[in-house]
Design a protein around this ligand. Sequence first.
Ligand SMILES: CCC/C=C/C=C/C(=O)SCCNC(=O)CCNC(=O)[C@H](O)C(C)(C)COP(=O)(O)OP(=O)(O)OC[C@H]1O[C@@H](n2cnc3c(N)ncnc32)[C@H](O)[C@@H]1OP(=O)(O)O
Length: 305
Amino acid sequence: MFRTYLNPSSVRSTCRFLSSLPTYETLKLSQPKSHVVLVELNRPTKLNAMDKQLFDELKTCFEHLNTEKSCRAIVLTGAGKAFCAGIDLKYLSNTTVNELSQIDDVARKALHTRRMVQRTQASLRAVDKCEKPVIAAVHGHCIGAGVDLTACCDIRYSSRDASFSVKEVDMGLAADVGTLQIFPKQVIDHSLFRELVFTSRLFRTEEAQQIGLISRVFDTRDALLEAAVSLASVIARKSPVAVQGSKINLNYARDHTVDDNFSFISTWNSGMLLTEDIIKNVMAASVSKDKSDKNASDGAEFEDI
Ligand SMILES: CCC/C=C/C=C/C(=O)SCCNC(=O)CCNC(=O)[C@H](O)C(C)(C)COP(=O)(O)OP(=O)(O)OC[C@H]1O[C@@H](n2cnc3c(N)ncnc32)[C@H](O)[C@@H]1OP(=O)(O)O
C-alpha cells in the first residue's frame, strides 16, 4: 500500500535507502515517502503485545534510525487490528515469576527485577531519544505498555476506533516505562489523567484528546496513516539541522530548568546557526512567487545529516 506514496523525484534516495533498511522479526519497516520510515509493531496475532524480542528489536531499530542519515521522520504504528495490547503477559509472568523463583536471596531478586525494568525502559526510551521526530498512529487497542510507548513519541494521532487503558494499576503495579514519567510533563488535564491512571478504566479518543494524549483523530485507519505519513513527509522536507535540533532542544527543555534551557540553546546554536540551511531557506523564500500558500522552505533541498 505504501509504495503508492513514492514519487519519481524521491526514487533515487528511496532505492539507496531501501536497500539498507534492516529487517526484524517483530517489526516491519518500509519507506512510504522520501526520508520517511514507517515502523510497524508486527505481532498482529498477539495484538502487538510486547515480548522480550520486540523490546530488544525496538531499541535496536530506533538506535539505528537515529543515525540513519536518510531517515528524517518516523511513523510508528501497529500491524493488524490494534496498536499494542501492552506487555506480553507470558513474558511478564516468565520474568516476574519463573525467573525469580530460581533466585533465593531477596536482594538478588530485586537486582534481577531492576535490571529487567531498566532494560525495558531503555527500549522505549530509544524512541524518545531518537533525534528524528516520531509520530504515533494509534488504532484499536492501546493498553499498558502501548500507552507508555506513545508517551515516548513526539506527536500522537489516532483513528476514531482507538481505545486506551493505563492498565498497570489493575495489574498491581505503577507504570514504569513512560506513562508516569513523561506524560505528567505533557498532559493538559491532570485531574482526568490521574483518574485514568488510578482506575485503569478504558477511555476513548474524546478523553484522550481532552488530556492531550492525542492531538488529532481520524475516521478510519487509512485516513490516520495517510495523515501521519503526510505530516512526516512535510517534516522530512524541512532542514534536518533545524528539525533535529528542535527535537533535541524540546527534550532538553522538558527535562531541565528554564535557565538551563537558554544556556543549552545558546551553545547549540553557536554551531548550528552556521548551517548552510539558513541561506537555502532565505533564498527559497525570496524566489517563492506566492508566499501565502506554501512553507518558506518548500523550494529548498537540504543535505542529509
Ligand atoms: C518492566 C516492564 C514494565 C511494563 C509493564 C507493562 C504493563 C502492561 O502493559 S499492563 C497491560 C497488559 N495487557 C493486558 O492486560 C491486555 C490483555 N489483553 C486483553 O485484555 C485482550 O486481548 C484485549 C481486550 C486487548 C483484546 O481482546 P480481543 O477479544 O479483541 O482479542 P483476544 O482474543 O483477547 O486477543 C487476540 C490474541 O492476542 C493475545 N494477546 C492479547 N493481549 C496480549 C498480551 N498483553 N500478552 C500476550 N498475548 C496477548 C491473546 O492471547 C490472543 O492470542 P491467542 O489466544 O493466541 O489467539
